[in-house]
Design a protein. Structure first.
Lengths: 555, 344
């Protein structure tokens, strides 16, 4: 007898709401997206997701087209990763330096390759377990394989140290990885040739370690050895970043001490000075398709006389002449305390996706032209925001339509121009077909019955402190909408919007920028644990109700 | 006439309190919504204004002093309701006399609903039927012909029914509050006036507040929170007269919730005031018409008592129905039914 009430009202009281769980065409593997990779076709992007639910980890293949300067969705298909393999590590938001704060994904021929992470004994997803390949046979058929890493026991302080911090495709379509103290490693074959179940990178693949004294790569064979013990860490520099100069075929190499350029095959490398400094800890390098524009990120954890507690010191450098000279970027970058997860080049502009290191609520895009970074236009500036925030394009600038973290950015051919896409933590992706002037969100979301026949709360159980729930509904006609949250005994605890204009929509009419509830009352205090009811009322006489369970609160 | 003026005065005070309480509602929801929704269909029809009405049941819930009113048998009530939006609840109570001066009683209230569990990915994980409950046990003592006092104990709890829904989180599906206690006093002034005073949800702490740590998840994925149950001071009076030569009762009460974990504060920001009023008229012999007001909500109801006999002893069976209107939400609740009997 679970409930006494069932004795009296068993037939009348527990009629369940039947939700339409069949998704429309817009179905992303997970709305928690972390990397954007251009596909092989015009308008195609591959989106890397990591979600909590089963089957919420993998790639989504999204086909877009441009119509009148707007991005329009054509089709979506999915490739789910093997169980317990994730494309995103657990510290992507809270790692103290930049090299572990990005998720890697590249396209090589018909394959898409991401780094796979597994769980350690504490169920922390930090153990690099291989490369995940998604082979695109046709529009919707994929073959997912995990190519093993070096099988030696990882005994570094953190397995993340020897994970891949950069993935580069050389001119022979082989994969190169920058693995920190383990230097560089190269796949035996191109990903299109990988055989399912056979490791493309294993013990038999040598490591290439950067020897700064000799300005060369030393080759180390680790087959049958304990890799960590085999590597001479005193004579070699960890490599945190790698990219290919497509013009010369040489690598740009970001090391623990300095930026280097050279070739593994010739074994010769030379150090590049950044503003007269040649010992910066380089954690990211990005170049455009012709190798002319280059961004270099430095990120280090250090103490100084002013800050006895370790702080992350970051700097951003740029070259517009193919690396002949570098200058520090012209914006208050240090004060922003940012790391860069990706760079997209669109025309003369570069869009850098950035995340705050100490302040992990900061994220968005830096928009950089030949004359420097572009701050928000005056119309968007807010008196209550710090001046530094005005450089980061995000919610206020319309890049995303709700308050979520921006995790990455990518560009891809779209129509006759170039499309932009940003990944987000919880809101799918936003795409732009007009160089960032307007953005369109694409999410995994269920359709909602029309004419306020249903209110769908996503999620309907608010489990995490600081979580919000989206109030989704659908209108048959443009309306003025009021939304209130009621306690179980039908007292109003929160007004979300009052007479707000909302448009009719074939899927959902809710405006995620406003129609969310954060579990607080009108005074800003968390409400107590319980079930709450959300009423959406339009100006045409329709009411609809949703239910949400809130597990936080202090009263 | 003096009494009528007094009642009008209380009513005016209650109205002012309600307008004031509208401002205080911005402080957020109060814990114990199950308790605020009341127990007993008759009492629901009368706006839950019951602490001074010696006929109100369950006494263990409304005013522990009232359990002494069941001296000639064991009074049992069973109530159920199905409110709008799938909110269903029941209450069960029993109370009876012990010796010539003492009474004991218990009551159990529960309310719950069902909802689709949708995760952050907008995926349905099934459904959950969470419910919340409160249990009461009370002892009353008849001090003299005009005064009764009572002491009651209560616990609350919930079951989230989320077990197995999330692979990444283990829930404490069932959590209970520590014991609270309630003090009650009932006074009969004369044949027309009664009054009641209740200090509800006191705790065994220096501030007399019931506090505890709530941990919805077992593995710390949801931060534990320090919670307390607001104490309340409730004062009410009931007036008995006749209309068209038939009995008519009118009850009014005011409630003051203290929203802070302090022994006492006079800062109005930490108080939540509200008022209740109920009317009952025996329109026909053993047939009752009722109406009420509770914190902005309106209610009405009917009742009829069947005077049955069992083994030559009287065995009354009263059937009550209530209709309530939750005015702010605009919801009608027509399905509240209760039965009440006395086992001789």
């Amino acid at each position: 007898m679970k409930r006494l009430g069932a004795l009296l009202f068993s037939t009348a009281s527990f009629a369940l709401l039947i939700f339409n769980i069949a998704n429309a065409a817009e179905t992303i593997v997970s709305n928690f997206t972390f990397a954007i990779t251009p596909g092989s076709a015009n308008g195609e992007v591959l989106v890397l997701s990591r979600g909590d639910a089963d089957n919420a980890n993998g790639y989504t293949d999204i086909q877009l087209t441009a119509s009148n300067g707007k991005a329009e969705l054509i089709s979506i298909s999915q490739a789910i990763f093997p169980k317990d393999i994730f494309g995103v590590n657990d510290h992507v938001f809270d790692a103290s330096t930049a090299e572990n704060r990005r998720s890697l994904s590249v396209r090589v021929g018909s394959s898409f390759v991401a780094q796979g992470f597994g769980n350690d004994s504490n169920k922390a997803t930090i153990v690099p377990t291989g490369l995940v390949r998604v082979l695109q046979g046709d529009a919707s058929i994929f073959d997912v394989t995990a190519a093993g890493f070096n099988s030696a026991t990882i005994k570094w302080p953190s397995p993340l140290d020897v994970s891949a911090h950069s993935i580069v495709v050389d001119q022979g379509k082989r994969i190169w990885l920058a693995r920190g103290p383990w230097g560089l490693v190269k796949s035996k074959t191109a990903p299109d040739q990988w055989v399912s179940g056979v490791a493309a990178i294993n013990d038999s693949v040598p490591l290439y370690l950067l020897n700064p004294t000799k300005s060369q790569f030393d080759t180390v064979n680790v087959a049958g050895t304990n890799t960590a013990a085999t590597i001479d860490t005193t004579s070699h520099l960890p490599i945190w970043a790698l990219t290919l100069d497509s013009t010369s075929g040489q690598f740009w190499i970001g090391s623990e001490k300095g930026l280097w350029k050279g070739s593994r095959d010739s074994s010769q490398v030379h150090r590049i000075s950044l503003g007269g400094i040649d010992t910066l800890r380089i954690t990211g390098i990005w170049t455009d398709s012709i190798g002319k524009r280059i961004f270099v990120e430095s990120s280090a954890r250090q103490k100084d006389s002013k800050n006895p507690v370790s702080n992350t010191t970051s700097s951003l450098w740029r070259s517009t002449d193919g690396g002949v000279s570098f200058t520090s970027l012209n914006l208050p970058y240090d004060s922003l305390d940012l790391s860069i997860s990706a760079v997209a080049f669109v025309g003369n502009e570069a869009w850098l996706s950035v995340q705050g290191i100490e302040n992990d609520n900061v994220s968005g895009l830096l928009r950089i032209t030949s004359s420097g970074a572009i701050a928000w236009p005056d119309s968007l500036r807010m008196s209550n925001r710090s001046a530094a925030s005005n450089w980061i394009w995000g919610l206020e600038a319309g890049v995303v339509d709700r308050d979520v973290l921006v995790t990455s950015v990518g560009s891809f051919p779209l129509g006759t121009g170039v499309g932009l896409a940003v990944s987000t933590w919880g809101a799918g992706i936003s795409v732009s077909a007009d160089s960032g002037k307007t953005w369109k969100p694409i999410l995994n979301q269920s359709s909602v019955k029309a004419n306020l026949a249903e209110v769908r709360m996503t999620p309907s159980v608010m489990r995490i402190t600081g979580a919000t729930t989206q109030i989704a509904y659908r209108l048959g006609q443009a309306s003025k909408v009021s939304i209130d949250v009621f306690s179980y005994d039908m007292r109003v605890v929160r007004n979300i919007v009052r007479n707000a204009d909302r448009a009719a929509d074939p899927l959902r009419s809710s405006d995620a920028r406003y129609d969310v509830w954060d579990g607080k009352d009108d005074a800003g205090n968390p409400v107590t644990l319980g079930v709450y009811f959300v009423r959406v009322r339009d100006n045409h006489g329709h009411d609809a109700w949703g239910k949400v369970m809130w597990l936080g609160g202090a009263r | 006439m003096k009494m009528v003026r007094a009642l009008l005065g209380i009513g005016l005070t209650a109205s002012l309190c309600w307008s004031w309480s509208s401002k205080q509602a911005s402080l957020g929801g109060l814990d114990g919504f199950v308790e605020r929704m009341g127990a007993g269909v008759r009492e629901q029809a009368m706006g839950n204004a019951a602490i001074s009405d010696s006929s109100a049941q369950p006494g263990a819930f409304w005013n522990p002093a009232l359990v002494t009113s069941s001296r000639n048998g064991i009074d049992i009530t069973l109530n159920g309701e199905d409110r709008s939006l799938g909110r269903t609840g029941t209450s069960l109570s029993a109370q009876g006399g012990v010796g010539s001066r003492m009474g004991v009683g218990f009551a159990f209230l529960e309310h719950g609903t069902s909802l689709a569990v949708i995760n952050e990915e907008d995926q349905n994980l099934g459904s959950a039927s969470p419910y919340f409950y409160m249990a009461y046990i009370s002892i009353g003592w008849r001090v003299d012909r005009a005064n009764e006092i009572g002491l009651g104990f209560s616990k609350s709890g919930y079951d989230l029914d989320l077990g197995g829904k999330y692979s990444d989180m283990t829930f404490n599906n069932s959590e209970q509050s520590p014991l609270s206690y309630t003090l009650g006093w009932h006074h009969t002034w004369n044949s027309t006036f009664e009054s009641g005073l209740v200090l509800r949800n006191l705790g065994f702490s220096k501030t007399l507040t019931t506090t505890w740590v709530r941990s919805p998840a077992t593995d710390g994925d949801i931060a534990s929170s320090d919670v307390f149950r607001p104490k309340s001071l409730e004062v009410g009076t009931t007036y008995h007269t006749k209309i068209a030569k038939r009995p008519f009762n009118m009850s009014i009460e005011v409630l003051d919730y203290l929203l802070a974990d302090t022994l006492m504060t006079f800062d109005p920001d930490w108080h939540y005031w509200t008022a209740r009023m109920g009317l009952e008229w025996e329109a026909i012999s053993d047939g009752y018409v009722r109406a009420g007001y509770d914190s902005g909500n309106l209610s009405a109801g009917l009742g009829y008592r069947f005077n049955l006999r069992w083994e030559k002893k009287p065995w009354p069976l009263e059937v009550d129905w209530a209709l309530s209107y939750e005015s702010v939400a605009g919801l009608w609740n027509p399905l509240s039914v209760g039965v009440k009997t006395r086992i001789p």
